[in-house]
Design a protein around this ligand. Sequence first.
Ligand code: ZN
Ligand code: ZN
Length: 137
Amino acid sequence: MSFTTPGQDFSPKDLTGTCHCGLVSYALETAPKWYSECKCTLCIRYGVLWAYYPVETVHVRTKADSGLDTQTYTRKDGILGMHFCPTCHNLIFWKGLDPNDPRVEGEMGVNVRLLPREVWEKNPNAEHRVTEGPEEP
Ligand SMILES: [Zn+2]
Ligand SMILES: [Zn+2]
């Protein structure tokens, strides 16, 4: 199985993001079409690069024998949880705290910097968008 965007093929390995220690990973079904560099008060501190997907298309895994799960940080507005690896503390993804909250519309954000570097750095088909703010709590 391979995933295709115009002019470039990605293997499942290319679309698997892994934290530094390898405990947590995610697998995407399709390559990001665009990347979001969000400059809100939180994301600018993380230095994160996001791609957004329907929740059901992102397959998050933790090492089965670890007994560990992601740790979360929640902003004051209570909409999103930021999920981290419990051992290396890489930011993995955000997800709505309430899956039925219309403000997240069934989507989640994944930190694409966990993908192989060439996927997010050299993918000429993906647009890079910079979002200013809003100033989030
Ligand atoms: Zn880790
Ligand atoms: Zn942000």
